[in-house]
Design a protein around this ligand. Structure first.
Ligand code: SF4
Length: 307
């Protein structure tokens, strides 16, 4: 059986909470295949020091090291047992076949890095967009992969399970330039959003929670400018933010904590400052103009009023 050890740095525990809600596979199914050696908030027995010793002395093989939360270089806080989070990573980084960073904090540093007073908080291999994290930019694990980044605030449990099981079965996974699995992060929340018809016809929602309207132009939706499959792999198998009438806030991206006014679309002379990936501003303006001029009767009405 392959072994997995989970560590937590500066974290709200959200990715663990999310994983406990996994349904495909369920948490217990995943960990009936993979041996969970230790998890700081789930393990009953505090045997971390002994495990570290056994891993360091090659008596236990560490197949997967999973890290949730940002990493601080300050040894005085964020300690697990007798070790600081940084010491733990230093001890285990060359022992693990794969290291997976789970959640925006472990990947990019996120809010803990943004608000750290001494500039001593990092993602594992990145700090925001830069490859300037806790571990060197050229660091690779025994398997030859860099830190595999699964970003999100929190991560969907299926994104984690899919990546973990691909590695478990020795499948090759392609990574994007932020070292995220492409199979997951090549999609946008815009792909599969049930509001796409409204987006095409520039029929915009004016308030949250409505069944109709696209949330891009007025309410700050970042679905077309965020990498995440939130409308392909649905949350709790049934929904997503945009399906519930809430804009995508781009929580998988490095700039998530640095943006202001999440529910507002920044515009310049009526034109969004950021337009969908792959579309030029000129094309966006032209297509919007045509769509508004021609008008779709269906998307101009409340759904209950349509035939
Ligand atoms: S609500 Fe967001 S994700 Fe959905 S169609 Fe509009 S821009 Fe795209």
């Amino acid at each position: 059986m392959k072994n997995l050890l989970w560590l937590q740095g500066l974290t709200c525990n959200g990715n663990t909470q999310s994983l406990l809600n996994a349904e495909n596979p369920y948490f217990y199914e995943l960990f009936s295949k993979i041996n969970l050696l230790y998890h700081p908030s789930l393990s009953i027995e505090n045997n971390l020091a002994q495990l570290i010793d056994e891993i360091e002395n090659n008596r236990i093989n560490l197949d997967f090291l999973v890290v949730e939360g940002a990493i601080t270089k300050n040894k005085n806080y964020c300690r697990i047992g007798e070790f600081s989070i940084g010491e733990l990573i230093d001890k285990l980084k060359n022992k693990a076949n794969y290291i997976i960073a789970v959640g925006n904090c472990a990947v990019h540093g996120n809010f803990p890095a943004l608000y750290s007073e001494n500039n001593d908080v990092f993602g594992l291999q990145f700090k925001f967009k830069e490859k300037n994290g806790f571990l060197p930019a050229n660091f690779k694990t025994k398997s030859g992969y860099p830190i595999i980044n699964i970003s999100g605030c929190p991560v969907h449990p299926a994104w984690f399970a899919q990546t973990l099981l691909s590695l478990y079965y020795d499948k090759k996974i392609l990574l994007d330039k932020l070292n995220r699995p492409k199979e997951i992060f090549m999609y946008l929340p815009h792909d599969g959003c049930i509001r796409n018809e409204y987006f095409e016809w520039k029929a915009e929602a004016e308030e949250f929670g409505t069944k109709e309207g696209c949330l891009f132009y007025n309410l700050g939706c970042r679905g077309p400018i965020t990498h995440a499959p939130c409308n392909k792999i649905l949350w709790n198998r049934i929904s997503s933010k945009t399906r519930a009438g809430m804009p995508c806030v781009g929580c998988t991206e490095y700039d998530f904590p640095t943006r202001k006014n999440y529910f507002e679309t920044k515009k310049n002379m009526g034109i969004p400052e950021e337009v969908p990936f792959g579309v030029s501003k000129r094309a966006y303006i032209m297509i919007s103009g045509v769509a508004k001029t021609l008008k779709n009767e269906r998307t101009s009405k409340k759904l209950e009023e349509t035939d």
